[in-house]
Design a protein around this ligand. Sequence first.
Ligand code: ZN
Length: 449
Amino acid sequence: MGGQAMHETGRAGDVDILISGAQVISPGEGQPLVVPKGDIAVAGSAIVFVGPSPAPERFSGAARVIDASGLIAMPGFVNAHTHAAMTLFRGFADDMPLMEWLSQKIWPAEAHLAADDVYWGSMLACVEMIRAGVTTFADMYFFMDETAKAVERTGIRASLSRGLIGTAPGSDRALAEGRELCERWNGACGGRITAMLGPHAPYTCPRDFLEKVMGSASELGVGMHIHLAETEGEVRECKNLHGGLSPIELMDSYGLFEFPVLAAHCVHVSEKDIGILGAKGVGVAHNPGCNMKIASGIAPIPRMLEAGVRVGLGTDGAASNNNLDLLEEARIAAFLHKLASNDPTVLPAHQALYLATLGSARALRLDAEVGSLEAGKKADIILMDSTGPHMYPHHDVFSHIVYSARSCDVRTVIVDGEVVMEDGVLTTVDEREVLARAEERAQALSMAR
Ligand SMILES: [Zn+2]
């Protein structure tokens, strides 16, 4: 599938990493890139060459050469929606309806969370995601300085937002924290961290509060990350309260979509809603695993893609998924939409992989930097083992990755030109310490309740 293509920039002579002899693939807007035996050269944080092996002579003097024979090189996965520190609540409350799960279990437990918990929960999430080949994630939670520190330390890339509940006491304080997060971290770590404001949802953020959030977004020059139209009940209630307007119509009427917006879920949407999402360039984070587990419904993703909506894939928090494995999410998305539309041609493997990489990057508006392997883009690259029995025989690499590979096939992960996992070993943190500290924090939290 796909034609071979060669990408390079003029910059050479200072190549830090040369990945040599990999099967290189990269989903694209049109034809995906496939190089059966290819090289990738990295200088600093950027890719300077992607093409058939051997790379031209001038890229050969790399400080470090990674022999990638038997490995697939592809862009890292982009998790378009999660709540990293909720790893602490993995397996804590399952098999419940969303509102009951939130109000009876999650919100009361979260009331006990301290900054240190969020740090170790976020560290656990970063470790889990790096292991699964996720190189970028979009997060919404609180104590977000702690999540930013975990991102800084582990070397992963993230777009962070402080979740804001306008109906809760202290909402102005929360907004101030959200603004501080943007001021302190947007563009930090050489641009590896970006920030947004995070109004939680229309049903928790009344108009006057959203006006303040939009005012701040305008002053700070940042976008917003919000949950939209997740359940049927939410849409029904919104229409009852707001003269028949859906959550998406309501947010549009407030002017929210004049800003860059990343909207999680968008499960219960009308044709009119889809038209608005497409026309306003709203990024949609589709979380099929979470939507299935909570039985929220099936987002009409094939229809959104037809309408040109910027769709990406997310895991949502580990309390409702229950892992942060975006490869699994790509497979679930493909299976779900084939079944829902009674059509096996819907969401083919290469398109599911596109959603998990470049599609998510577009939803986060980070596609100029990440999401595909191209000279000039950031070096966010994963190397996946293709020698396991479940990867034989070597027919279609896109089919193998989406329908057969496991995220533990990811062997090496490079983010921003830095190797953060090398042949299965994390290089930036002591993984055993992270697991032990996260376990400790989670157990202390369950004692506190
Ligand atoms: Zn969420």
